[in-house]
Design a binder for this molecule. Structure first.
Ligand SMILES: NC(=O)c1ccc[n+]([C@@H]2O[C@H](COP(=O)([O-])OP(=O)(O)OC[C@H]3O[C@@H](n4cnc5c(N)ncnc54)[C@H](OP(=O)(O)O)[C@@H]3O)[C@@H](O)[C@H]2O)c1
Length: 274
């Protein structure tokens, strides 16, 4: 028998970026309930360990963790290398990690804007390109992109964040078309506001959309995302209100919506943080 045949078979794993908190964490529970072994990737090792231990206690799946900052361009290769070392392959990829920045574009630190582009755009493109060819060769698995309804139109005062999510929707829809009939599923989850720590992290506190308390739970967003992904849905918009919103965005010209978006997203603070 050749040495190659002595290698143990590779185990399938669902890789979830930003799997320690919020929507990513809720998606981790969804995939675990479907029996998928997981690799959770985010920066904070402690919260990864806590999430992984809780998932193991509730579901009969293996949960691996990798603490790394995906803003660093070298760390996508590290994810791939880690899977290789663990004798695993990426069966499903959930491109969820992302952050936003609230406030005037001109007042943001340039590094902060570029870090956001590195996480919200570069890292998910890099990971998708690393893992998609193998999924296509196996004719199974898939990619779930986590975009945002914000990607459906320009967002004054969250300009770069909205633009980054427009990229994710465009990439997800295009790959879904390219992979049609290949056995590989490509879905894009585009939620409206979801109640997580995301808005506080991005510096949004006094904005009308935060103050209104609008939004669905991370659990609901994740459940819709997971079931939509399993059904092979290309674009998943969770929540009836958001679905109406998305329909309105198809009909109404964006120029007409800009004053409303601006009113909705502008900080009410006298001296908003940049
Ligand atoms: N919340 C909403 O209203 C909403 C609506 C639409 C779309 N989304 C999208 O949903 C996704 C998840 O958002 P969320 O609300 O769940 O946010 P969240 O609660 O802030 O969670 C973000 C997750 O990403 C990880 N992360 C952040 N920066 C990272 C980095 N540089 N490298 C690796 N991991 C990183 C975080 O863990 P560490 O801090 O430990 O790294 C955390 O696990 C994002 O892409 C967001 O744009 C959110």
């Amino acid at each position: 028998m050749s040495a190659a045949n002595d290698n143990p078979p590779l185990s399938p794993v669902t890789v979830i970026t930003g799997g320690s908190q919020g929507i990513g964490r809720a998606l981790a529970y969804e995939f675990a309930s479907g029996g998928y072994d997981l690799l959770l990737v985010s920066r904070n090792r402690e919260s990864l360990e806590k999430t992984a231990a809780d998932i193991r206690a509730r579901h009969d799946v293996e949960v691996k963790i990798l603490a790394c900052d995906l803003v660093d361009p070298e760390n996508c290769a590290r994810v791939e290398q880690f899977l290789h070392e663990q004798n695993c392959y990426c069966q499903n990829l959930v491109n969820n990690a992302g952050f936003g920045l609230a406030g005037d574009f001109a007042r943001h630190r340039p590094e902060a804007l570029l870090n956001m582009i590195d996480l919200n755009i570069r890292a998910l493109t890099d990971l998708s390109r690393r893992f998609l060819p193998d999924m296509q060769a196996r004719r199974q698995g898939g990619i779930l992109f986590v975009a945002s309804m914000g990607g459906l139109l320009p967002g004054p005062y969250q300009a770069t964040y909205y633009a980054s999510k427009a990229y994710v929707i465009s990439l997800g829809k295009a790959l879904s078309w390219e992979c049609f009939g290949s056995g590989v599923r490509i879905s894009t989850l585009a939620p409206g506001p979801v109640r997580t720590g995301f808005h506080r992290t991005m510096g949004a506190r006094s904005e009308l959309y935060v103050q209104s308390g609008a939004g669905i739970s991370a659990r609901k967003a994740a459940h819709m995302g997971y079931t939509g992904f399993l059904c092979g849905k290309s674009l998943i918009i969770p929540g009836i209100l958001s679905q109406f919103g998305a329909l309105a965005l198809k009909i109404l010209p964006h120029d007409l919506l800009m004053p409303f978006m601006s009113w909705f997203l502008k900080s009410r603070l006298k001296n908003p943080r940049s």
